[in-house]
Design a protein around this ligand. Structure first.
Ligand code: FAD
Length: 423
């Protein structure tokens, strides 16, 4: 099999950005990017497609067009990891060998975990912004609904872009509010979790929009079955005594956020933790057991918000640390858990949630310019006008604007520091 200095598994947000970032630092590196997909999508745009704001075409480009110059794209899927031999097995093209491996394979949308869902997706009023070809159907349903019941669901964590299920609700309800039909449409949010948003600072602003749209909030309700023809959905709900029971609801349209898990080939590999995710140190992003393996993006077990915004901050961390290891040193920088979720509460306004590990607020802008805990039009302009270009022209090209990782903070470094100050 072929041998490379660095092999990157997955050419999504993380895979493309890290390849570009590494080639900027060390242009002579021989890097292979492995991904079977013909296309690369800007997934954060799908919320806007479902809200009728972006055209779907703008969220998709050919994979070839985003592969960084100087990288080798292997169009195939990884099937097996053999870390003891620094080897991967591809589904068609055999073995590939590496010195350093970066795993950025994203996560699996587990549609089949909801009984009846795969059969009825994209028809019978059943839609989801989580898939490229379904997002336009959301907008079609929203535009045509004049009265009745609209449901929006959120599965158990972790999911990518945890705000996306309620973003779909807000943009839909905002449309009905503005065209005068909201009085005739009942809006309901069925959330498997116990709170509207995991970081409390953002909850008041979001709650006020739920009130404005008269949305019924159903916490602890997890979608388990759907019958598109009958237009009925069932949720498993926990009673106060801890017992589970089924709750039934009819619907005219339902926006489903699918259950999510680690991809099967990751889950079954020696790289996985018990839950199936790539087991990395949450600061250095280096694998806990294999020192020449790194994890990046949605596929890892780091407890941050799984977002492209998190990937943007993780890329320079992996790039710096991997280069340091190639030079014979230890990892030098730490990831602080930054992730961001622009909550589109209405057309023209966004609550820009930005936070790191432990729910620590990490706003990019000073409060006088943009208060992230409030709905602002500046944040909308950012999402609607700047972020897509920032993604295609900045992040995917290895331009690390506004991204300065923390300096030396690794567990090793900390203990060394302690040693040196102790008497
Ligand atoms: P991905 O970009 O998903 O890429 C994974 C890649 O791995 C894919 O190209 C896939 O083909 C490849 N792959 C899979 N299996 C294999 C295999 N066996 N071998 C080789 N390659 C493989 N983020 C934000 O920051 N802000 C937002 O507002 C936002 N909104 C979102 C809204 C929606 C509806 C969705 C779906 C996502 C949103 N996100 C948002 C999340 C963001 O898109 C992801 O967090 C980000 O794309 C993760 O990057 P990744 O590289 O980890 O995974």
């Amino acid at each position: 099999g072929a041998h490379f200095d660095v092999v990157v598994v997955g050419a999504g947000s993380g895979g493309i950005a890290i390849t570009a970032g590494l080639l900027k630092r060390k242009p002579q590196l021989k890097i292979a990017l492995i991904d079977p997909s013909e296309v690369h999508c800007y997934q954060p745009g799908w919320t806007m497609v479902g809200g009728g704001i972006f055209d779907n075409d703008t969220t998709k480009r050919s994979m070839q067009s985003v592969i960084p110059a100087g990288a080798n794209w292997i169009k195939d899927a990884v099937e097996t990891f053999v870390p003891q031999e620094n080897k991967l097995l591809l589904s068609e093209k055999g073995a590939v060998y590496y010195d350093q491996l970066i795993v950025a394979a994203g996560l699996k949308l587990n549609w089949a975990a909801v009984e009846g869902l795969p059969e009825t997706l994209g028809k019978n009023g059943v839609t989801s912004n989580y898939q490229y070809d379904l997002a336009p159907y959301t907008w079609e349903l929203v535009r045509s609904l004049k009265d009745g019941k609209a449901l929006f669901t959120q599965p158990p964590m972790p999911i990518k872009c945890a705000g996306a299920p309620q973003k779909a609700l807000y943009l839909s309800a905002d449309h009905w509010h503005k065209n005068g039909s909201l009085d005739d449409i009942q809006v309901h949010f069925y959330n498997a979790g116990a709170v509207l948003f995991g970081v409390q600072d953002y909850v008041p602003a979001l709650s006020s929009y739920m009130e404005k749209y008269h949305a019924g909030l159903h916490f602890g309700h997890n979608l388990v079955r759907i019958d598109g023809n009958a237009r009925k959905a069932w949720f498993s709900a926990k009673a106060e005594d801890g017992s589970e029971h089924l709750v039934e609801s009819d619907f005219d349209m339902i926006h489903v956020c699918p259950p999510q898990c680690a991809p099967d080939f990751i889950r079954s590999s020696p790289l996985a933790d018990e839950a199936g995710w790539v087991d990395v140190d949450s600061a250095t992003l280096r694998h806990k057991r294999f020192s020449n393996i790194w994890g990046l993006g949605d596929v890892t077990n780091t407890p941050n918000a799984k977002t492209a915004a998190a990937v943007r901050k993780q890329v320079p961390v992996v790039a710096e640390n991997l280069c340091s290891v190639l030079d014979g040193d230890e990892p030098v920088v730490a990831y602080d858990g930054y992730g961001s979720c622009p909550l589109t509460v209405e057309r023209g306004k966004i609550v820009l949630a930005e936070f790191g590990y432990g729910g620590k607020l990490l706003p990019t802008f000073p409060k006088w310019l943009n208060d992230g805990t409030k709905a602002t039009s500046l944040a909308w302009a950012l999402k609607a006008k700047f972020l897509p270009e920032f993604y295609w022209q900045g992040m995917l090209k290895g331009r690390e604007w506004l991204t300065s990782p923390d300096s030396l903070k690794t567990p090793d470094a900390e203990s060394k520091q302690k040693e040196s100050v102790s008497p």
